[in-house]
Write a protein that binds this ligand. Structure first.
Ligand code: DAH
Length: 343
Protein backbone atom coordinates (compact mmCIF):
# COMPACT_ATOMS: atom_id res chain seq x y z
CA UNK A 1 0.00 0.00 0.00
CA UNK A 2 2.86 2.28 0.79
CA UNK A 3 4.32 1.56 -2.60
CA UNK A 4 1.09 2.66 -4.26
CA UNK A 5 1.04 5.89 -2.30
CA UNK A 6 4.68 6.54 -3.16
CA UNK A 7 4.08 5.93 -6.86
CA UNK A 8 1.10 8.26 -6.86
CA UNK A 9 2.99 11.00 -5.03
CA UNK A 10 5.99 10.69 -7.34
CA UNK A 11 3.68 10.95 -10.36
CA UNK A 12 1.86 13.96 -8.94
CA UNK A 13 5.14 15.63 -8.14
CA UNK A 14 6.42 15.19 -11.66
CA UNK A 15 3.14 16.38 -13.04
CA UNK A 16 3.46 19.46 -10.86
CA UNK A 17 6.83 20.24 -12.42
CA UNK A 18 5.67 19.65 -15.99
CA UNK A 19 4.57 22.94 -17.52
CA UNK A 20 4.18 22.34 -21.23
CA UNK A 21 1.89 19.88 -22.95
CA UNK A 22 4.95 18.06 -24.19
CA UNK A 23 6.28 17.57 -20.65
CA UNK A 24 2.86 16.49 -19.37
CA UNK A 25 2.59 13.90 -22.12
CA UNK A 26 6.03 12.65 -21.16
CA UNK A 27 4.86 12.12 -17.54
CA UNK A 28 1.73 10.42 -18.83
CA UNK A 29 3.72 8.09 -21.03
CA UNK A 30 6.10 7.23 -18.28
CA UNK A 31 3.52 6.52 -15.52
CA UNK A 32 0.56 5.08 -17.38
CA UNK A 33 2.43 3.02 -19.93
CA UNK A 34 2.35 -0.78 -20.12
CA UNK A 35 5.76 -0.97 -18.58
CA UNK A 36 5.22 1.90 -16.15
CA UNK A 37 5.19 1.77 -12.31
CA UNK A 38 1.43 1.17 -12.06
CA UNK A 39 1.69 -1.77 -14.44
CA UNK A 40 4.42 -3.16 -12.18
CA UNK A 41 2.12 -2.82 -9.16
CA UNK A 42 -0.67 -4.69 -10.96
CA UNK A 43 1.76 -7.54 -11.44
CA UNK A 44 2.11 -7.77 -7.64
CA UNK A 45 -1.62 -8.62 -7.46
CA UNK A 46 -0.86 -12.18 -8.47
CA UNK A 47 0.94 -12.77 -5.24
CA UNK A 48 -2.10 -11.87 -3.14
CA UNK A 49 -5.49 -13.44 -2.63
CA UNK A 50 -8.99 -12.79 -1.33
CA UNK A 51 -9.77 -9.57 0.45
CA UNK A 52 -6.18 -8.41 0.31
CA UNK A 53 -6.15 -8.75 -3.46
CA UNK A 54 -9.42 -6.83 -3.81
CA UNK A 55 -8.30 -4.02 -1.52
CA UNK A 56 -4.90 -3.77 -3.20
CA UNK A 57 -6.43 -3.78 -6.66
CA UNK A 58 -8.92 -1.10 -5.71
CA UNK A 59 -6.12 1.04 -4.25
CA UNK A 60 -4.04 0.81 -7.45
CA UNK A 61 -7.08 1.66 -9.56
CA UNK A 62 -7.84 4.69 -7.45
CA UNK A 63 -4.26 5.95 -7.42
CA UNK A 64 -3.86 5.43 -11.14
CA UNK A 65 -7.27 6.99 -11.76
CA UNK A 66 -6.39 10.04 -9.71
CA UNK A 67 -3.09 10.59 -11.48
CA UNK A 68 -4.68 9.97 -14.89
CA UNK A 69 -7.48 12.42 -14.19
CA UNK A 70 -5.12 15.15 -13.03
CA UNK A 71 -2.85 14.50 -15.99
CA UNK A 72 -5.71 14.88 -18.47
CA UNK A 73 -6.99 18.03 -16.81
CA UNK A 74 -3.59 19.67 -16.80
CA UNK A 75 -2.90 18.50 -20.36
CA UNK A 76 -6.13 20.01 -21.66
CA UNK A 77 -5.41 23.29 -19.89
CA UNK A 78 -1.87 23.37 -21.27
CA UNK A 79 -3.01 22.58 -24.79
CA UNK A 80 -5.63 25.30 -24.77
CA UNK A 81 -3.16 27.83 -23.33
CA UNK A 82 -0.60 26.92 -25.99
CA UNK A 83 -3.21 27.18 -28.71
CA UNK A 84 -4.15 30.67 -27.52
CA UNK A 85 -0.52 31.74 -27.47
CA UNK A 86 -0.03 30.42 -30.99
CA UNK A 87 -3.09 32.26 -32.26
CA UNK A 88 -1.94 35.45 -30.63
CA UNK A 89 1.46 35.11 -32.23
CA UNK A 90 -0.11 34.53 -35.64
CA UNK A 91 -2.60 37.30 -35.25
CA UNK A 92 -2.97 39.43 -38.37
CA UNK A 93 -3.96 43.05 -38.10
CA UNK A 94 -6.36 43.30 -40.98
CA UNK A 95 -6.60 47.05 -40.52
CA UNK A 96 -2.96 47.53 -41.58
CA UNK A 97 -2.51 48.82 -45.15
CA UNK A 98 -1.46 46.07 -47.58
CA UNK A 99 1.66 46.03 -49.71
CA UNK A 100 0.55 48.05 -52.69
CA UNK A 101 1.33 46.71 -56.15
CA UNK A 102 2.36 49.23 -58.74
CA UNK A 103 -0.13 49.37 -61.53
CA UNK A 104 1.27 49.11 -65.02
CA UNK A 105 0.07 51.19 -67.94
CA UNK A 106 0.61 51.58 -71.64
CA UNK A 107 3.92 52.91 -72.95
CA UNK A 108 3.53 56.14 -75.00
CA UNK A 109 4.81 54.23 -78.03
CA UNK A 110 1.78 51.95 -77.92
CA UNK A 111 -0.63 54.77 -77.05
CA UNK A 112 0.39 56.44 -80.31
CA UNK A 113 0.50 53.19 -82.24
CA UNK A 114 -3.06 52.38 -81.15
CA UNK A 115 -4.22 55.84 -82.22
CA UNK A 116 -2.58 55.58 -85.64
CA UNK A 117 -4.07 52.12 -86.18
CA UNK A 118 -7.53 53.35 -85.12
CA UNK A 119 -7.38 56.26 -87.57
CA UNK A 120 -6.55 54.05 -90.53
CA UNK A 121 -8.96 51.30 -89.51
CA UNK A 122 -11.69 53.96 -89.46
CA UNK A 123 -10.76 54.69 -93.09
CA UNK A 124 -11.24 51.04 -94.02
CA UNK A 125 -7.69 49.72 -93.79
CA UNK A 126 -6.96 46.14 -92.73
CA UNK A 127 -4.09 45.54 -90.33
CA UNK A 128 -1.46 42.94 -91.24
CA UNK A 129 1.46 41.92 -89.11
CA UNK A 130 4.85 41.77 -90.75
CA UNK A 131 7.91 39.90 -89.53
CA UNK A 132 10.58 41.33 -87.24
CA UNK A 133 13.06 38.88 -88.72
CA UNK A 134 12.88 39.36 -92.46
CA UNK A 135 14.67 38.03 -95.49
CA UNK A 136 17.01 40.22 -97.49
CA UNK A 137 14.57 39.83 -100.39
CA UNK A 138 11.53 41.26 -98.64
CA UNK A 139 13.48 43.91 -96.79
CA UNK A 140 15.46 45.14 -99.82
CA UNK A 141 15.37 43.34 -103.16
CA UNK A 142 11.61 43.14 -103.71
CA UNK A 143 11.42 46.82 -102.79
CA UNK A 144 13.60 47.70 -105.75
CA UNK A 145 16.54 48.55 -103.52
CA UNK A 146 19.69 47.94 -105.60
CA UNK A 147 22.36 45.56 -104.35
CA UNK A 148 24.89 48.35 -103.88
CA UNK A 149 22.51 50.58 -101.91
CA UNK A 150 24.16 51.88 -98.71
CA UNK A 151 21.21 50.89 -96.52
CA UNK A 152 22.15 47.24 -97.18
CA UNK A 153 25.56 47.74 -95.65
CA UNK A 154 26.24 45.63 -92.54
CA UNK A 155 27.20 48.83 -90.80
CA UNK A 156 23.57 49.97 -91.22
CA UNK A 157 21.63 46.71 -91.00
CA UNK A 158 21.63 43.87 -88.47
CA UNK A 159 22.28 40.72 -90.49
CA UNK A 160 21.32 37.29 -89.20
CA UNK A 161 22.35 33.83 -90.36
CA UNK A 162 20.72 32.34 -93.46
CA UNK A 163 20.09 35.55 -95.35
CA UNK A 164 18.02 37.06 -92.55
CA UNK A 165 17.90 40.61 -91.30
CA UNK A 166 16.17 42.42 -88.50
CA UNK A 167 13.72 44.37 -90.63
CA UNK A 168 14.97 47.91 -91.20
CA UNK A 169 11.57 49.16 -92.39
CA UNK A 170 7.98 47.98 -92.28
CA UNK A 171 7.98 48.43 -96.07
CA UNK A 172 9.19 44.82 -96.02
CA UNK A 173 5.55 43.82 -95.53
CA UNK A 174 4.62 45.20 -98.97
CA UNK A 175 6.00 42.25 -100.93
CA UNK A 176 4.42 39.73 -98.58
CA UNK A 177 1.00 41.37 -98.89
CA UNK A 178 1.12 41.67 -102.68
CA UNK A 179 2.37 38.12 -103.17
CA UNK A 180 -0.31 36.76 -100.85
CA UNK A 181 -2.91 38.32 -103.15
CA UNK A 182 -1.43 36.51 -106.13
CA UNK A 183 -1.19 39.74 -108.13
CA UNK A 184 -4.95 40.27 -108.26
CA UNK A 185 -7.43 42.44 -106.45
CA UNK A 186 -7.34 45.59 -104.38
CA UNK A 187 -5.10 46.05 -101.34
CA UNK A 188 -5.70 48.50 -98.51
CA UNK A 189 -3.59 47.62 -95.50
CA UNK A 190 -1.43 49.04 -92.78
CA UNK A 191 1.34 47.07 -91.15
CA UNK A 192 2.71 48.39 -87.87
CA UNK A 193 5.82 47.12 -86.16
CA UNK A 194 9.31 47.62 -84.81
CA UNK A 195 12.27 48.26 -87.07
CA UNK A 196 15.96 47.98 -86.30
CA UNK A 197 18.98 49.79 -87.67
CA UNK A 198 22.61 49.94 -86.73
CA UNK A 199 22.39 53.56 -85.71
CA UNK A 200 24.37 55.20 -82.96
CA UNK A 201 21.72 56.11 -80.41
CA UNK A 202 21.38 59.81 -79.67
CA UNK A 203 18.63 62.33 -78.99
CA UNK A 204 16.93 61.74 -82.32
CA UNK A 205 18.24 58.35 -83.49
CA UNK A 206 17.61 54.93 -82.10
CA UNK A 207 18.62 51.42 -83.14
CA UNK A 208 14.97 50.42 -82.66
CA UNK A 209 11.92 52.38 -83.64
CA UNK A 210 8.40 51.83 -84.84
CA UNK A 211 6.77 52.39 -88.19
CA UNK A 212 3.32 52.00 -89.59
CA UNK A 213 3.44 51.03 -93.23
CA UNK A 214 0.52 51.78 -95.48
CA UNK A 215 -0.13 50.16 -98.85
CA UNK A 216 -3.01 50.75 -101.21
CA UNK A 217 -3.10 49.01 -104.58
CA UNK A 218 -5.97 49.11 -107.04
CA UNK A 219 -6.83 50.10 -110.58
CA UNK A 220 -6.29 53.84 -111.00
CA UNK A 221 -5.02 54.81 -107.54
CA UNK A 222 -3.45 58.28 -107.67
CA UNK A 223 -1.23 60.56 -105.65
CA UNK A 224 -4.25 62.80 -104.99
CA UNK A 225 -5.80 60.02 -102.91
CA UNK A 226 -2.56 59.64 -100.98
CA UNK A 227 -2.64 63.36 -100.22
CA UNK A 228 -6.27 63.25 -99.09
CA UNK A 229 -5.61 60.22 -96.91
CA UNK A 230 -2.59 61.75 -95.21
CA UNK A 231 -4.43 65.04 -94.69
CA UNK A 232 -7.15 63.22 -92.76
CA UNK A 233 -4.51 61.34 -90.81
CA UNK A 234 -2.58 64.50 -89.87
CA UNK A 235 -5.69 66.36 -88.73
CA UNK A 236 -6.93 63.43 -86.64
CA UNK A 237 -3.50 62.89 -85.15
CA UNK A 238 -2.36 66.46 -84.55
CA UNK A 239 -5.54 68.54 -84.62
CA UNK A 240 -7.91 70.15 -87.12
CA UNK A 241 -5.66 73.17 -87.66
CA UNK A 242 -2.76 71.11 -88.92
CA UNK A 243 -1.84 71.29 -92.56
CA UNK A 244 0.42 69.02 -94.53
CA UNK A 245 2.78 69.62 -97.40
CA UNK A 246 4.48 67.27 -99.81
CA UNK A 247 8.15 67.69 -100.55
CA UNK A 248 9.67 65.89 -103.45
CA UNK A 249 12.00 63.13 -102.30
CA UNK A 250 13.50 59.82 -103.32
CA UNK A 251 12.84 56.23 -102.24
CA UNK A 252 13.75 53.27 -104.47
CA UNK A 253 10.30 51.70 -103.97
CA UNK A 254 8.20 54.73 -104.94
CA UNK A 255 8.03 56.94 -108.00
CA UNK A 256 7.35 59.76 -107.50
CA UNK A 257 8.41 59.89 -103.87
CA UNK A 258 7.50 62.50 -101.32
CA UNK A 259 8.29 63.41 -97.78
CA UNK A 260 5.36 64.71 -95.83
CA UNK A 261 5.59 67.53 -93.32
CA UNK A 262 2.91 68.62 -90.90
CA UNK A 263 2.65 72.23 -89.78
CA UNK A 264 4.29 72.61 -86.38
CA UNK A 265 1.76 72.19 -83.58
CA UNK A 266 4.05 73.93 -81.16
CA UNK A 267 4.26 77.32 -82.92
CA UNK A 268 1.42 76.97 -85.41
CA UNK A 269 3.83 77.41 -88.31
CA UNK A 270 5.66 80.56 -87.22
CA UNK A 271 8.89 78.72 -86.51
CA UNK A 272 10.24 77.51 -83.18
CA UNK A 273 12.98 75.28 -81.74
CA UNK A 274 10.87 72.17 -82.26
CA UNK A 275 10.50 72.72 -86.02
CA UNK A 276 13.97 74.25 -86.21
CA UNK A 277 12.48 77.54 -87.30
CA UNK A 278 10.83 76.14 -90.43
CA UNK A 279 7.24 75.86 -89.21
CA UNK A 280 7.09 72.29 -90.54
CA UNK A 281 7.98 68.88 -89.13
CA UNK A 282 8.57 65.79 -91.24
CA UNK A 283 6.46 62.83 -90.17
CA UNK A 284 6.57 60.31 -93.00
CA UNK A 285 7.78 59.15 -96.36
CA UNK A 286 5.40 58.14 -99.12
CA UNK A 287 4.87 57.87 -102.83
CA UNK A 288 3.32 56.00 -105.74
CA UNK A 289 4.36 52.35 -105.64
CA UNK A 290 7.21 51.88 -108.15
CA UNK A 291 6.19 49.77 -111.17
CA UNK A 292 9.14 47.46 -110.49
CA UNK A 293 7.84 46.74 -107.00
CA UNK A 294 4.38 45.93 -108.35
CA UNK A 295 5.87 43.70 -111.06
CA UNK A 296 8.33 41.85 -108.82
CA UNK A 297 5.51 41.01 -106.44
CA UNK A 298 3.09 39.79 -109.07
CA UNK A 299 1.02 42.86 -109.93
CA UNK A 300 0.82 44.14 -113.50
CA UNK A 301 1.79 47.85 -113.39
CA UNK A 302 -0.06 48.52 -116.63
CA UNK A 303 -3.29 47.54 -114.84
CA UNK A 304 -2.65 48.39 -111.21
CA UNK A 305 -1.18 51.36 -109.42
CA UNK A 306 -0.89 52.19 -105.77
CA UNK A 307 0.49 54.38 -103.07
CA UNK A 308 2.51 53.59 -99.97
CA UNK A 309 3.58 55.46 -96.91
CA UNK A 310 5.65 54.85 -93.80
CA UNK A 311 4.94 56.76 -90.58
CA UNK A 312 7.52 56.88 -87.81
CA UNK A 313 5.71 56.03 -84.58
CA UNK A 314 8.41 57.44 -82.32
CA UNK A 315 8.47 60.68 -84.32
CA UNK A 316 4.75 61.09 -83.90
CA UNK A 317 5.03 60.30 -80.16
CA UNK A 318 7.80 62.88 -79.78
CA UNK A 319 5.71 65.55 -81.49
CA UNK A 320 2.51 64.75 -79.67
CA UNK A 321 4.05 64.60 -76.21
CA UNK A 322 7.00 66.95 -76.64
CA UNK A 323 9.48 64.20 -75.71
CA UNK A 324 13.02 65.56 -75.82
CA UNK A 325 14.96 62.33 -76.27
CA UNK A 326 13.87 59.42 -78.48
CA UNK A 327 15.71 56.94 -76.24
CA UNK A 328 13.25 57.61 -73.44
CA UNK A 329 10.61 55.69 -75.39
CA UNK A 330 12.33 52.36 -74.90
CA UNK A 331 14.57 52.98 -71.87
CA UNK A 332 11.88 51.88 -69.37
CA UNK A 333 12.54 54.65 -66.89
CA UNK A 334 9.56 54.55 -64.58
CA UNK A 335 9.72 58.28 -63.80
CA UNK A 336 9.28 59.04 -67.49
CA UNK A 337 6.66 56.38 -68.14
CA UNK A 338 4.50 57.36 -65.18
CA UNK A 339 3.74 60.66 -66.96
CA UNK A 340 1.62 58.68 -69.43
CA UNK A 341 -0.63 57.07 -66.87
CA UNK A 342 -4.20 57.45 -67.98
CA UNK A 343 -6.56 58.57 -65.23
N1 DAH B 1 10.58 52.77 -95.52
C1 DAH B 1 10.88 54.18 -95.50
C2 DAH B 1 11.90 54.47 -94.41
O1 DAH B 1 12.09 53.65 -93.55
C3 DAH B 1 9.66 54.98 -95.26
C4 DAH B 1 8.77 54.94 -96.45
C5 DAH B 1 8.94 55.84 -97.50
C6 DAH B 1 7.78 53.98 -96.55
C7 DAH B 1 8.13 55.83 -98.61
C8 DAH B 1 6.98 53.94 -97.71
C9 DAH B 1 7.18 54.89 -98.72
O2 DAH B 1 6.02 53.03 -97.86
O3 DAH B 1 6.35 54.85 -99.80
O4 DAH B 1 12.50 55.50 -94.41
Amino acid sequence: MEEIEKTLLAGLEELEKASSSREIIEVKNRYLAKKGPFAALYKELGKLSGNEKAAFGKAINEARGELSEKLEKKLLAALSKEENERLLKEKIDISLPGTSLEEGHTNPFYLILDEIVDIFVSMGYDVVEGEDVETVDYNFTLLNIPSEHPSRDPSDTFYLPKDGVLRTQTSAAQGRVMQAKGGKGAIKVISPGKCYRRDEDDLTHSHQFGQVEGLVVDKGVSLAELKGTLEIFAKKMFGEKREIRFRSSYFPFTEPSVEVDVSCANCGGKGCSMCKGTGWIEILGAGEVHPNVLRMNGYDPSVYSGFAFGVGIDRVAILRYGIDDIRRIYANDKRFLSAFKEE
